[in-house]
Write a protein of this length. Sequence first.
Length: 225
Amino acid sequence: MSTAGTGAVRHHDGPAHSVLMLACDLSDPSVSFDSTWWKPIGMRGSVSYRVQFDHTFIPKENLIGYPGQYLLEEWQTRFTPQYGAAFLGAAEGAYGYAHAHIKKQGREQDAYVQHRIAKSMMNIETMDLWLRKVALLWEAGQHQQAKEAGNRFRYLSEKLALETLEHCTRMCGARAMIQPSPLERIYRDLSFYTLHDNCDRVLASIGQEILGQESDRAFFNSSRK
């Protein structure tokens, strides 16, 4: 929450110390949940609740960290690589389905299939190498480099995963996009999940770092001060 006014931390434009992290007892009767609004094209197996706090009292001892810590220490950058890891998992799932589909149909000699399966595998290997690099940097305590690499992995994995999905759907054809095909679900889920951050802004923040300009590594918000 922010003591400077309403709005989530992603859109916060007040002083950093006004952002507080608080633990809340969600069984409190003053807290209510609404899942009826969650009707997305993808990620239907998940739920994003609309939560209403009706004058909910939260004691001081429920404060997590010090005021502003989430922004000042760029905690969001610790979570950014998980997007790329999820994209990688979706690409691997699509690839696994496509590979089995091709083998079952006996289309291994199709030159176009060979091109697309090769590109798909190399995309997956590239994403895996980047994920390992980010993890090793965090484990080595090289936090600044880890933050930068995490954002680059986030951007690259989105592009490579969507490209891999395109290859897989082209190899398998329209029938693979009919329920209950796993590829149909991956197509809906990945196309929706990749929109959780604006990839153009992610790329811009990477360019700003390279050029020595100030950038928002946490939320890629060009208007943040």
